[in-house]
Ligand binder design. Structure first.
Ligand code: SF4
Length: 381
């Protein structure tokens, strides 16, 4: 595997100065940079308006003066983003798009409007239900969002433009699925932590460059003969956004291989394509609202549990590590539902709650990870 590519990805995710320099280099290529949160925002609409879509994640520079800290229970990710925003970390963005999802992000939006102010913020209202009426409503909201962005960019807008962009994003999602499939038969090809770094870097990187990188990695993966795997426990990672790559490396150094995931910046990002026939807004809407059910949506718990069990049955891991951002309420509830769904499968689960701005696992967390892996080893004998 090309170490230079992986290092570039790791740095884009984990090094805020490197990321900023890289993004400023894209300013001339696009009409501007659009920051956004969450898997609910259709990047295709942002790209079709001529902007570069940048997912807000990763290590952030929070060294400047904060106007005030956000009160709990805002999750540690949102606390971190707010501190970074107050430190001017996002001043190079042209605007920022919020989803209508968890309370922490809603609070951040309010604070953005009243305190941060720049870059200007927009909320894409998506429904919390997934029935027919909600789909219609969301399609209308996406259309309003597209019109707003095009007014902003001054770009011409035709049905053709989003169709081309959708096709490009579908191909990218397809390559990511191929990459994950390659790892299923050849885990040693790429470490789990590197796979997540590669996946996450795609939310930041110029998508043309990203597409080329993915093609190269997938080609290499197809050519490589399956290698002997080191004796390690197969772990599946679940939870919300997990961008602390070093933390994931520490899990693998403790004797685990991350074989699959169900996280926001993992399979939940690419698990479905956008149909290209018919009304593009409705197609986008279906894809974004029906892919990887999020705990902020009102969905049927039994269906969610069944789908989750099917997802876990594929890689059939020795154990699951659920990593939650501290004070992330939706995913705490989700953890309880997932732990319940795993009981009949006999797969143990470890829950870790982490601070978003801390990239290293502390001693206590390392001890818990090691004990969990030892427990899995004993259970196997
Ligand atoms: S980590 Fe949880 S609470 Fe925080 S923004 Fe994500 S879903 Fe919302």
């Amino acid at each position: 595997m090309n170490e230079q590519i992986i290092e570039h990805c790791r740095k884009l995710v984990s090094d805020s100065d490197y990321r900023k320099t890289y993004l400023l280099g894209l300013k001339d290529k696009y009409r501007g940079l659009t920051g956004y949160f969450s898997n609910y925002i259709p990047e295709e609409i942002i790209a079709a308006a001529g902007f570069h879509p940048l997912r807000i994640i990763g290590s952030l520079n929070t060294s400047g003066p904060h106007l005030q800290t956000l009160f709990n229970p805002a999750c540690s990710f949102v606390q971190d983003v707010y501190a970074a925003a107050c430190s001017g970390e996002f001043s190079y963005l042209d605007h920022i798009i919020f989803p209508n999802s968890c309370d922490s992000l809603k609070l951040l939006y309010q604070m953005w409007e009243s305190e941060v102010k720049e870059p200007s913020a927009y909320t894409l209202l998506h429904p919390i239900n997934t029935d027919g009426g909600s789909i219609e409503y969301f399609a209308a909201q996406i259309k309003v969002f597209a019109e707003e962005l095009h007014r902003n960019s001054g770009a011409d807008f035709s049905q053709e433009e989003p169709a081309n962009v959708i096709d490009k994003y579908n191909r990218m999602r397809g390559l990511l699925r191929q990459l994950y499939d390659i790892r299923k038969s050849n885990k040693a090809f790429l470490a789990g932590s590197d796979t997540i770094a590669l996946m996450t870097a795609g939310l930041i990187m110029d998508r043309d460059e990203y597409h080329q990188i993915l093609e190269q990695v997938v080609q290499e993966g197809r050519k490589q003969k399956p290698q002997q795997d080191k004796l390690s426990k197969n772990i599946m990672l679940i939870g919300p956004l997990m961008d602390n790559i070093h933390f994931l490396e520490q899990i693998e150094e403790s004797g685990a291989t991350i074989v699959d995931d169900d996280i926001t910046n993992g399979t939940r990002y690419f698990d479905r394509d956008v149909q290209t026939q018919g009304d593009l807004y409705e197609n986008l809407d279906r894809r974004y609202i029906l892919s990887g059910p999020s705990p902020t949506l009102y969905t049927d718990p039994e269906t969610d549990a069944r789908l989750f069990q099917e997802k876990v049955a594929g890689p059939n891991p020795d154990g699951i590590i659920f990593i939650n951002q501290k004070f992330c309420e939706p995913h705490v509830h989700n953890y309880l539902a997932k732990a319940e769904a795993l009981k009949p499968m006999g797969i143990p689960i470890l829950m870790l709650e982490v601070e978003h701005n801390r990239c290293e696992a502390n001693e206590r967390e390392l001890l818990r990870i090691e004990s969990f892996l030892e427990m899995l080893a004993v259970a196997e004998k």
